[in-house]
Design a protein around this ligand. Sequence first.
Ligand code: SF4
Ligand code: SF4
Ligand code: SF4
Length: 527
Amino acid sequence: MDNFNIALFMCNWGPHSAFQTLQDQRAEIPPEIRMIRIPCTGRISKALLLKAFEKGADGVALVGCDPGTCRYGSGTVTAHDNTADSREILQCLGLGKDRLCWATFLPDESDELLQFLVDFTDQIKRLGKSPVIPVGEAPEEVISGESVADIVSFHNVFACQDCGKCTSACSLAVAGKPFSPRALVTSIIAGDIDSPSVQDNVFACLTCGLCYDRCPSAINFPGFIRDIRAFIQKRKGDTHPVHGGFFHSLMRVMTSPGLTAKRWDWLPEDIVIDDESNVLFWGGCATYLDIFFRKHLGVKTRDILVDSLRLINFFDIQPALLHDERCCGHDLLWSGDRDNYKKLGALNVEMIQDLGVEEVITACPECYRTLSHDYQRQGIELNVKVTHLYSFLENEIAKGAVDFKKIDKRLTFQDPCRLSRFEQGAELPRMLISHLKAVSFQEMQNSGNSAICCGNCAWTGCDSFSKTLQVKRLKQAHDTGSNLLVTACPKCQIHLKCAMEDPFRGEELEIEMVDLASLIARTIYWK
Ligand code: SF4
Ligand code: SF4
Ligand code: SF4
């Protein structure tokens, strides 16, 4: 018989009194329910809700105080909103929204509470066991052959000439952080890897690659950091995650083979898809980012996917979609969780190759980098051509049969490091922008290969210097005199928008942002 596991997050105030009455009466509370007392349901973030599923819950109930009786005032509203967003995410993931519910009770509503617990348990049993396989705890020992010395020698960081070019270029140092890549390397070589400051710095690095670009000894510092993170993660299971680890949980949940996600159910009807196509459009995590951020940052990353698909349709291709597409794993790789990254990679490659497509087009710079290079470098073979949407578009637009409507805006552009620097792809978006009919286009002070980062990468180590960097970047955008910041990465939009939310500086930083694919899709027409 299946043993079901239902987590009940229960507020300490109103509903707990009702629960205690049930216990006093020795009422038959379903044995599948594991009650976790919490100070207020408003404290249970989306990250904690998802974590419960990552750890093997088949269902989760969040039970709080009746509206108007929350001791903290806003707990009920926060819990309601978090549950609504998380249910939508569970639906996309393929777990189904009904595995999570939210309910409120008064202290004297013990009968109603019991009925709710019985009904919810029945509902979860009807849905069956969750397909998520809990990811095991990190083993204590490091796998053989992967020591700090191996990583140091593999990346040949001894070749450092101590010239300081990396430090003067580093995005974080530019933001004022007392941070030096070469000093960090020296501390790690000296055996200080467990010191708190080394660990903080290892996870603060943005892996943006500016230092690598400038290093006369070609020391691949982002690669070194990635591998040191994997070493730390193996020993301590720590990735210094931001947003309570929500995104890392999301990716780890997706490593369960039995999960059948419904990632594209929300697509508008005008998008034409052909399951038999030999071209696959790969969307990435913009679907989930949209649900997570749209309420408090107002970023609509799904629009990037819709507009990309509209453009592909515009050029007469009806691509296939993987309805149970998983995350490419970029952020797991770059935050140090290599085992789960490899699991995701293997599942993705199997699904793509089973489709029999010849080409994968993606608009996300991180997915492009991961599918085209990092899988292979980590021993996962994907024998399909991977194309960035911009190459596809430039190819089509260069044929000359299209024109663009006027854009009454002055444009500037935020380079995504994974495309512009890592893939030497800075020219591509600029070629596309040159076709557009905007009032003007002005580069920011740091652009192309030299662009500074949007302030965060891999949902790891966002700190006050990340914020400073975002503020700096937005000021650079304003300094160009532009009034539309064109982006090419959904996460760049999210991180930069995050800085605009600052109540003290928001207005001075505020600038309209749009993804390049959206700008093209909304202005292109056949001649
Ligand atoms: S990868 Fe970026 S943040 Fe990290 S040390 Fe190099 S320049 Fe600095
Ligand atoms: S979010 Fe964009 S700019 Fe920031 S690290 Fe990722 S690709 Fe680079
Ligand atoms: S910049 Fe904002 S959105 Fe980005 S990781 Fe940091 S807190 Fe999150």
